[in-house]
Design a protein around this ligand. Structure first.
Ligand code: DAT
Ligand code: MG
Length: 148
């Protein structure tokens, strides 16, 4: 079963969005296998956003993502990587559709509430950056039989 890395960013934590965001993925039918509130170090931020190192907003991005605690999660489910991206909405909240997390709750690209892996390769890389193997729990849930 596919897994993805999702994270409520510091703005989402400060705006009391953890519960709302977890609820959306739970109700969708995805399966939570790991979660923790954590403070990202500048080193981890640089690695996580390594693909953006040369972009003009990189410094701001690292400052922002380290500006307060984040809520890091791993979710499992059929097509969870691409479906979670759809549920998040476009990167720039100016373009994210209503009904998506960013479309409903964010205004500006610098403070867009949530991160989600954009491909199977990023998912594996990001899960490995944020979680130890023993922090991810495989468990059965009867309700999954009513989803898949
Ligand atoms: P996403 O978070 O949708 O995967 P991304 O990987 O392209 O988007 O960029 C990572 C984050 O960087 C994004 O969530 C917000 C910030 N960002 C992207 N483009 C930006 C821009 N033009 N100006 C400021 N911040 C930007
Ligand atoms: Mg990205």
């Amino acid at each position: 079963m596919e897994r993805t890395f999702l994270m409520v960013k510091p703005d989402g934590v400060q705006r009391n969005m953890i519960g709302e965001i977890v609820a959306r993925f739970e109700k969708k039918g995805f399966h939570l296998v790991g979660a923790k509130l954590m403070q990202i170090s500048p080193e981890l931020a640089g690695e996580h956003y390594g693909e953006h190192k040369e972009r003009p907003f990189f410094g701001e991005l690292v400052d922002f993502i380290t500006s307060g605690p984040v809520f890091a999660m791993v979710w499992e489910g059929e097509n969870v990587i691409s479906t979670a991206r759809l549920m998040m909405g476009a990167t720039n909240p100016k373009e994210s559709a209503p009904g998506t997390i960013r479309g409903d709750f964010a205004v500006t690209v610098g403070k867009n509430i949530i991160h989600g892996s954009d491909s199977p390769e990023s998912a594996v890389r990001e899960i490995g950056l944020f979680f130890k193997e023993e922090e991810l729990i495989s468990y059965a849930k009867d309700s999954n039989n009513w989803v898949n």
